[in-house]
Design a protein around this ligand. Structure first.
Ligand SMILES: Cc1cc2nc3c(=O)[nH]c(=O)nc-3n(C[C@H](O)[C@H](O)[C@H](O)COP(=O)(O)OP(=O)(O)OC[C@H]3O[C@@H](n4cnc5c(N)ncnc54)[C@H](O)[C@@H]3O)c2cc1C
Length: 355
């Protein structure tokens, strides 16, 4: 029975980042990923998606992303980079391997997959959020007879031509999908509060500088100017600016409930729609860890990336609760590096105690 020092579940940017720092250690490790090819959840985003920061700010640790054709890389350019990154560092990745559940047995993790059971002393979960699309509770969603989809299932606007579409969600996905769909369909936008647009000159690189400063425990007054930057703000990429010029970035506050043909607004007026697109974000995909009985409110308590209740388990990526900006390309390297330092220190203690 082969026992790995470390198994990483998930071969997206977070899993690869941990792999990058692990390969410098003497530890043997394996990455298990359920996709057939490189790319993680980028493989499933919509066709026209572009990153919101230039290639220099869209690089993983160790090897800069090659310059993109235009200022902002397309998702395909980023997927190609991930594939080349994997190849360059020859990470041990076993693909097409779905982890169903993880059990603890005498200090070892038993990782139960469609390709058999794997064993490891420590475990990193880096399974992202794409499999857990979040849709807020709104009365009677099943009453609505039109099409409903989450942004994770949106690919392009081909099926929406000449339709009337309600787009819900005030983040970057909502703004970008609204920009695209409004070119071919009548649209209405719903957000909980007024959307927060970044100034035109501010793109992802400023957000990431802010992230770095926060990681170092410093404030970033220099970059901020007189506005507050957050990863939740809408970056004014070209398509969103173009939509602003067409005057479609007008948001309405949430409706009261659905009815058969559409929604009923707070003032009681009914409005018909053909389709609703929920751009309302994601939650951490941790189903495979439920068997460890350490989940609380769909999450796992951590100090930085390390589980408090299960100290040989680390969670990388997911969101700010596992390190500020750790769910971004630029931010994940820092948390991956710290995670690997902790794993190496832990395994030294474990291995020494057995000598
Ligand atoms: C629309 C959109 C646009 C974005 N734009 C940007 C941007 O411009 N810049 C930026 O920095 N960030 C951006 N992000 C955020 C972020 O970079 C991504 O969400 C990123 O893909 C997260 O990487 P990850 O490795 O944590 O997760 P993922 O990419 O989801 O990788 C996780 C991997 O684990 C696999 N997996 C899941 N469960 C299992 C299981 N049980 N067994 C085995 N394998 C499993 C998945 O299939 C996947 O391959 C964007 C996100 C979205 C949704």
């Amino acid at each position: 029975m082969k026992i790995y020092n470390v198994i990483i579940i998930g071969g997206g940017q977070a899993g690869l980042s941990v792999g990058y720092f692990l390969r410098r250690s003497q530890l043997d490790y394996l990455i298990l990923d359920n996709q057939r090819v490189a790319g993680g959840s980028w493989l499933h985003t919509w066709d026209s998606l572009k990153l919101f920061s230039p290639s220099d700010y869209s690089s993983l640790s160790g090897w800069a992303m090659p310059k993109s054709e235009e200022e902002y890389p397309t998702k395909m350019e980023f997927i190609d980079y991930l594939a080349a990154y994997e190849k360059r560092y020859a990470f041990p990745i076993q693909r097409d391997t779905e982890v169903f559940k993880v059990e603890q047995d005498n200090g070892l993790f038993n990782i139960i997959t469609n390709k058999g059971v794997f064993y490891s002393k420590t475990l990193v979960s880096a399974t992202g959020t794409a499999r857990k699309p979040f849709i807020p509770k709104v009365p009677d969603p099943n009453e609505f007879s039109g099409v409903q989809m989450h942004s994770v299932n949106y690919k392009n606007a081909t099926d929406l031509v000449h339709k009337k579409v309600l787009i819900i969600g005030g983040g970057n996905s909502g703004a970008q999908i609204l920009a695209e769909v409004s070119k071919v369909a009548a649209t209405k936008w719903v957000t909980i509060s007024e959307p927060s647009f970044l100034p035109d000159a501010i793109d992802g690189r400023y957000l990431f500088n802010e992230a770095t400063q926060k990681f170092l425990g410093k404030s970033n007054e220099e970059n901020k100017g007189n506005f507050s930057v957050s990863l939740a703000n809408i970056v004014m990429i070209e398509t969103v600016k173009e939509a602003r010029n067409r005057n479609v970035l007008n948001a309405n506050r949430p409706f009261k409930e659905f009815y058969k043909d559409g929604v009923i607004w707070e003032d009681g007026t009914k409005e018909a729609f053909d389709a609703v697109i929920w751009c309302t974000g994601f939650r951490a995909n941790l189903n495979h860890l439920e068997s460890l009985n350490i989940m609380e409110n769909d999450t796992i308590a951590t100090i930085n990336t390390r589980s408090i209740q299960e100290p040989n388990l680390w969670l990388v990526g997911y969101g700010n609760w596992t390190g500020f900006a750790s769910a971004t390309i630029y931010g994940v390297g820092k948390t991956a590096r710290e995670t690997v330092k902790e794993i190496v220190a832990t395994l030294q203690v474990v291995n020494n105690s057995k000598q």
